[in-house]
Design a protein around this ligand. Sequence first.
Ligand SMILES: [Zn+2]
Length: 207
Amino acid sequence: MAYSTRCWQRFGDAGTTSDKGEPHVAPKTLDVMPEWSSSPAATLAELRKFADDEALMPWQRGHVADVLHIPQPQAAGLMTAVAERGLVLPYLGGSAQLRLAYLVGEERPGGSSILPPPSIQSLTTRDCYARRDGWLCHLCGRKTRDGYDTPREWSSLDHLVPRSEGGSDYPSNIKTAHISCNKARRVRPVAEFAGSPLTRIAEGRWP
Ligand SMILES: [Zn+2]
């Protein structure tokens, strides 16, 4: 927790001294907004440089303004623009409720993030991963559908490495799956289950 608090201060507006006790020096900001700022997609490309191995980054106005070297009001506008287009998922992470964001389209190896991941209980998170995965079930390869008449085909979040085996809730360990495929897989290895007759049984498509 101590580390999180220090992160928050460093990323936030509150701190006036650095970790070494040196006076805080405001980074130089540009007088003219850079060309990439006119497009949300190009803004996202800039933000990618500052996301970690799980495509997570602090989503605090002061921090974003610092890393992009732009004034805070403009940073706030760009943050809203990319979030409204679904390019990032802003969320409150961990017990400290840190303001963080997941860069939705990013496929990264994962494994070394110190930032808490998005809550997998949230429907917004589920839909975000579904969009990332093209609304396809990673176990049977078919589309997920959220209609009232298709309960077997609802999308859910499946852990590649099951939680019971130490799998995390980080984006690199989460894939979209039909709720029926997810339940039928349980903790079987993905390679054993994906595309096997079991997925067709799970979906009521067998024989
Ligand atoms: Zn499926």
